[in-house]
Design a protein around this ligand. Structure first.
Ligand SMILES: Cc1ncc(COP(=O)(O)O)c(C=O)c1O
Length: 404
């Protein structure tokens, strides 16, 4: 019998957030162990219910949501997204500038497929949300990682970006607020990043899915605002995180800047949208209600709110473990602590995470899974309530004590 192999295209594509370690966790679960999964930003298992109005918008739509929709998305959803950006100062955003997808994930792949050719280089942050690196690789492009500087609050290193630009560089990915670091970029930083794109004629791909999950005095600045009318900017966002409906799969991409220079690319994007018919239609009906209604996310991110309390507590407890330092997250739902190599000798951080899983039944993700080169970080999701987090980080501390 012929051995069926995976395609060559998949060589080098990794997505470790749900990779081999999850398989080991599933094996342990099958043996009867209870595993605390702090590896993915999935809100539902941690008791976050979607706002009722959003659920109702979906259930009410079911009778009329049986057919395919316009492949770019239903008109009401695209209008709501366009109006959202208008209200954020991007007044020229029009309904035709918006494509709705099955989450940001699908749109990242579609957009990259529509304009990346073999050998094109795409600047991606390190650490990154690894879908970006994987999706660039899958399209035949080359992800080129630029460093975010931990000693500077995980801000992108602008000189490093400049030094990595070649004649093949096509686009600059900005993830703000950042997963996994929780960094939120200042207006000046966003402007400086976009200015690099402007000077080198790069497309800006701005992943802003955590734009509403901000702590304390953090403020989110859209890359599209800095990009203005002369830099092509694709802004990705959606309902998964701020509206706690990642399972619905509702996201969008908004195109701004000199669209007249991108007609052919946009035709390609439309072709890809047509080829996959449309995004899940019932979920599209949630978008207008979500964006227009009461923003219950605001209660979760202020002091006393669950996202705020949990993230700050996780940051504090991690920093209390000897040899562990974590830059306080300013947004998103993660901590990305560093294990001082002088204190912990880790050669293979994936093995380290597997050992932690087997010993303490806690699943986190190793730092190299986020394209961070040194095996000295891991990412922890801050979604469990404070008691569970205390217990989990306590167990991580116990495990680390055996490794010092
Ligand atoms: C930075 C970032 N972008 C995109 C996504 C994917 O979002 P969606 O659920 O809309 O596909 C995630 C999910 O964790 C993320 O962290």
């Amino acid at each position: 019998m012929r051995t069926i192999r995976q395609s060559q295209k998949l060589r080098g594509v990794r997505y470790d957030v749900r990779g081999p370690i999850l398989v080991e966790a599933q094996r342990l679960e099958a043996e009867g162990h209870r595993i605390l999964k702090l590896n993915i930003g999935n809100t539902a298992p941690f008791g976050f219910d979607a706002p009722e109005a959003i659920q109702t918008a979906v259930t009410q739509s079911l009778p009329e949501a049986q057919g395919y929709s316009d492949s770019r998305g239903i008109y009401e959803a695209r209008t709501a997204v366009a109006q959202y950006y208008q209200s954020r100062g991007l007044r020229d955003t029009m309904v035709d500038d918006v494509f709705i997808g099955n989450g940001v994930s699908e749109l990242i792949s579609m957009v990259l497929q529509a304009f990346v050719d073999d050998g094109n280089e795409i600047l991606v942050p390190a650490p990154d949300y690894p879908l970006w690196t994987g999706a660039v690789t899958l399209t035949g492009g080359t992800p080129v990682h630029y460093v975010c500087d931990e000693s500077n609050g995980w801000m992108p290193d602008l000189e490093d970006i400049e030094s990595k630009i070649t004649e093949n560089t096509h686009a600059l990915v900005i993830i703000n607020p950042n997963n996994p670091t929780g960094a939120v970029y200042s207006k000046e930083m966003v402007e400086a990043l976009v200015d690099i794109a402007r000077r080198h004629d790069l497309v800006v791909l701005a992943d802003e899915i955590y734009e509403k999950i901000l702590y304390d005095d953090a403020v989110h600045h859209h890359a599209a605002t800095a990009a203005g009318s002369d830099v092509l900017c694709l802004t990705f966002s959606g309902l998964s995180k701020a509206y706690r409906v990642c399972g619905y799969r509702a996201g969008w991409v908004m195109i701004s800047g000199p669209k007249e220079t991108a007609t052919e690319f946009l035709e390609g994007l439309t072709l890809l949208a047509n080829m996959r018919m449309c995004a899940n239609v019932p979920a599209q009906h949630a978008i207008q209600t979500a964006l227009g209604g009461y923003q219950s996310i605001d209660e979760l991110i202020v002091p006393g709110g669950r996202f705020h309390e949990q993230t700050m507590l996780a940051d504090k407890l991690l920093n209390e473990i000897p040899g562990v330092s974590s830059v306080r997250p300013r947004g998103a739902l993660y901590c990305f602590p560093r294990l001082d190599p002088e204190v912990y000798r880790i050669d293979d951080d994936q093995q380290f995470v597997i050992d932690l899983l087997r010993s303490k039944k806690i699943l986190v993700t190793h730092g190299t899974g986020f394209n961070w080169t040194a095996p000295d970080h891991f990412r922890l999701v801050t979604l469990p309530d404070v008691e569970v987090l205390e217990e989990a980080i306590g167990r991580i501390g116990e495990f680390l004590a055996t490794r010092r």
